[in-house]
Design a protein around this ligand. Structure first.
Ligand code: GLY
Length: 323
């Protein structure tokens, strides 16, 4: 029996290599096409299967979702209070040696590719702002084309409401209202034969956020966590709550203690709900033996998974199941 307010899907027996991805927990109100969104996560999980290791699989899965234009990351990123795209992304390998994140970047079309470069090449974990953008340009990474028209339309509508006094005029507070719409963040978690694990996330953050605001997505333990021989987790939701409660490290620690994957995902979301309230978190979790699960306390979250023994893709809805 699921904990009150927590929707759980799984366990899914995928076999190894195992990949699970999500396209963002949230309200998913005004969804133009469920098929478009489900297709984006399905393509991501399947593309990742073709890679040689868990780390590259996570990069590829997230790159595909960033390029889809229908999820809140990369091309489909929401905009901040000034109507500009500002993205965060991060990932780590389960050896706890290779991790990279980028925060509040505007230049790269694929922030996850820049984060992977940081992880592999720099003795730092997180790079932020204009210096990270200059690095992306120097590396010759493709440039982000700027906000989609549908995001600018939402932004203009919200600015109108703010100007008419119907919404709080402070950037972060307007974000609290904007977050009720759409989805949030993309993420991937993977385990390869032999136990190699990796996880990562990428996001445009929260609509109407304060310029310069950084969420959980580039931060290991919060937005993602992986440990070889144990498993990997990626989170989505309200970054401020995820930074403070760090559900991904909690979920992977439960796996290490022997808790089955669906129970661990559910417990991580239930704990988060107790600490932070509801409507703020989704997680995906994969264990070293090739089982995966998803859990959330929001209205919906697109999820896809792929392995040699099964594959699936669906929009998980509150109280629902993925068949
Ligand atoms: N979880 C993404 C964010 O809050 O920025």
């Amino acid at each position: 029996m699921a904990e009150e307010g927590v929707t759980v899907a799984g366990p899914f027996r995928l076999g190894l290599p195992a990949v699970i991805v999500h396209g963002g927990a949230g309200g998913w109100k005004g969804l133009r096409s469920e098929e478009e969104v489900v297709s984006a996560v399905r393509r991501a999980a399947e593309a990742a299967q073709g890679l040689n290791n868990a780390f590259d699989a996570v990069v590829e899965a997230i790159r595909v979702m960033e390029d889809s234009g229908v999820l809140n990351a990369g091309l489909g990123s929401v905009v901040n209070y000034e109507g500009e795209v500002e993205m965060d992304a991060g990932l780590m390998a389960g050896d706890l040696r290779v991790a990279g994140g980028v925060a509040a970047v505007r230049y790269p079309r694929n922030p996850i590719v820049l984060a992977a470069w940081v992880a592999r090449n720099l003795p730092h974990v997180i790079l932020a702002g204009p210096a990270a953008d200059r690095l992306a340009e120097r590396l010759g990474l493709p440039r982000h084309p700027g906000p989609q028209e549908r995001m600018l339309k939402r932004w203009r509508e919200m600015m109108r409401l703010i100007n008419e006094g119907e919404l709080d005029r402070l950037p972060g507070h307007a974000a609290a209202i904007a977050r009720l719409y759409g989805g949030d963040t993309v993420g991937a978690a993977a385990v390869w034969p032999g136990g190699e694990a990796a996880a990562g996330t990428s996001t445009g953050g929260i609509m109407m956020k304060h310029p310069g605001r950084v969420g959980d997505s580039p931060v290991p333990g919060a937005g993602f966590y992986a440990e070889n021989g144990v498993g990997a987790c990626a989170a989505t939701g309200i970054g401020e709550t995820i930074l403070l409660a760090r559900p991904c490290i909690y979920a992977v620690e439960l796996l290490r203690e022997g808790v089955p994957v669906a129970a661990a995902a559910e417990a991580a979301v239930a704990r988060h709900t107790r600490l932070m309230g509801g409507d703020n978190l989704g997680v995906i979790l994969v264990s070293a033996d090739g089982y995966a699960a998803a859990a959330m306390n929001t209205e919906a979250m697109p999820v896809a998974a792929a392995g040699p023994e099964s594959r699936l893709a669906a929009l998980l809805r509150r109280g629902g199941k993925i068949k």
